[in-house]
Design a binder for this molecule. Structure first.
Ligand SMILES: [Zn+2]
Length: 514
């Protein structure tokens, strides 16, 4: 067993199961490209049989990403495996990830199968996968609530049938670190041939123990950790990639372990995912939270000023966090702009750079100090754009204490310009009513939140909205110095995502995954 821990990222599969985390295919490709830069070993890009959208996304990512393996998830059914292979086969060393539940509670209530039948089904599925590739991962769903003797039997059967990776998930986030260590140690000790197989852990955070349990598994001999950027995922989420990677990096000597993660790409990955999914991270979140590197206590500040090592176990720069310094204003030139963009980790084409620079100049006319956060938002909001059905072409608002708030809006829908005007209880209400009428949506607004990106009354407003229609939720994001315009952009963004999700509904089987 080597000391390298492989990072299996499931942001695009398990992570996408977070409520409202819908990503369309272009957005998934952007995330996959960033994961490639981050140096993950495997990208689980989706569950191909669950929807047409998932299939198409996995296929595109497998074909485009080169630096790492791409995996597709499948149940033990042949149709699932065929579909998953069809999606991943264009990749470099593609992986089939097949799973079945092994705990009695899942066998009895969900699968309605007995242990013998589950064992036979697993063997047949792994062997069937092996017809396509040797790179087969098998997961015992709900492994941590499985009878340990049966778990060892399933593990041994999967290894004998030819699985190269054996994953033991804490599907419901129930285990304690000590128990996780024991489960992995037992499998390592008792399963014949386990030395030639990579043992993997996949932990959920229902009790806030996903990272601790993952590390406990690794200490006992697991060499693959399944995790997500920002820890997004089903319910309380998955183990967070950045916490696993930085724990191993910072305490590598004590653990005797390392990963292939390029830590300076962690913050850019976190930022991209926040923007794409609209799911924020709490300010106190380890590694990527806004306050993760802020020292407030006077004694701490004093210590840090004398020597950073007094209270800092890692530097913000090491995870790619840009310093919050005043960068530019209206007189900054093209060269300074380009340099700062590169420092922030954005690789832009000439055309994108030109467009970004024009946007920057327009912003600098309205706002005298431009911070890194403004530049990031500008790139995220205006430049890294995915193809959309609906685009906000124009908006004009009149409101005040003596007038009825009125919005006139022009949208570009499928290339056709449509316009209308509406009254409302306030300017945002008027704008939303008008957009809803033009787009013909019946969606309900669930969440509307406004934040200032930086300080000052000239700060850009950052708006997030979450909408719902027929049980499907979507989140949208928009930024502008005028918060009404930011709100309209966020609403249009959410409508585009909802539209995508309605055309690519998540399959019911997605909820059954490990
Ligand atoms: Zn999971």
């Amino acid at each position: 067993m080597g000391n390298r821990v492989y990072i299996f990222d499931t942001t695009l599969r398990d992570g996408e199961q977070s409520p409202g985390a819908t990503m369309n295919i272009e957005e998934k490709v952007l995330v996959a490209r960033q994961l490639e830069k981050l140096g993950v070993d495997v990208i689980e890009a989706g569950f191909p049989i669950s929807s047409e959208g998932d299939f198409a996304a996995v296929k595109r990512i497998a074909e485009e990403v080169r630096g790492c393996q791409v995996a597709g998830l499948a149940r033990t059914k042949k149709a699932d495996i065929d579909r998953a292979w069809e999606a991943v086969k264009g990749g470099e060393d593609p992986r089939l990830h097949v799973f079945i539940a092994t705990s009695d509670i899942h066998l009895k209530h969900k699968l309605k199968m007995d242990r013998e039948a589950v064992y036979a089904e697993m063997q047949e599925a792994v062997r069937y996968c092996r017809k396509y590739t040797r790179n087969v991962e098998f997961s015992c769903e709900d492994a941590t609530r499985t009878d340990p003797e049966f778990l060892v039997r399933m593990a041994a059967g999967a290894v004998a049938a030819g699985a190269a990776v054996l994953n033991l998930p804490d599907t419901v986030g129930y285990t304690m670190p000590r128990e996780m260590e024991e489960i992995i140690a037992k499998v390592m000790r008792e399963v014949p041939g386990i030395a030639d197989v990579i043992v993997s852990v996949h932990c959920h955070d229902d009790l806030g123990l996903a990272v601790a349990n993952s590390l406990a598994g690794v200490i006992a001999g697991a060499r693959q950790v399944e995790c997500t950027v920002n820890g997004i995922g089903e319910r309380a989420g998955n183990a967070s990639l950045e916490e696993i990677a930085m724990a191993i990096k910072t305490r590598g000597e004590a653990l005797g372990l390392m990963t292939g993660i390029h830590a300076e790409q962690i913050y850019p990955a976190s930022r991209l995912l926040r923007k794409i999914t609209g799911i924020m991270v709490p300010p106190n979140k380890a590694i990527v939270g806004r306050n993760a590197f802020q020292h407030e206590s006077g004694i701490h500040q004093d210590g840090v000023l004398k020597n950073k090592l007094t209270y800092e176990i890692m530097t913000p720069e090491s995870v790619g966090l840009p310093g919050n310094k005043l960068v530019m204003g209206k007189h900054s030139g093209r060269h300074a702009f380009q340099t700062r963009m590169e420092e922030l980790g954005f690789e832009l084409s000439d055309e994108q750079l030109e467009k970004a620079f024009r946007r920057f100049k327009a912003l600098a006319d309205k706002k005298k100090e431009i911070f890194d956060e403004d530049l990031e938002t500008l790139i995220m909001d205006e430049i890294i754009m995915v193809p959309r059905r609906i685009r906000l072409d124009y908006i004009n608002i009149t409101s005040g204490s003596q007038v009825m708030p009125t919005a006139s809006v022009r949208l570009d829908i499928d290339g056709y310009l449509v316009r209308d005007a509406e009254f409302g209880d306030g300017p945002v209400d008027a704008a939303f009513k008008c957009i809803a009428k033009l787009a013909g949506t019946k969606s309900k607004l669930l969440v509307f939140s406004v934040n200032a990106i930086t300080g000052g009354t000239d700060a850009q407003g950052e708006v997030r909205v979450r909408i719902e229609e027929d049980g499907i939720e979507a989140t949208g994001f928009g930024a502008h110095t005028d918060i009404i315009v930011a709100s309209a952009k966020a609403y249009v963004d959410a409508l585009n995502k909802l539209d995508y999700r309605k055309k690519n509904p998540p399959g019911a089987m997605q909820k059954e995954a490990p």
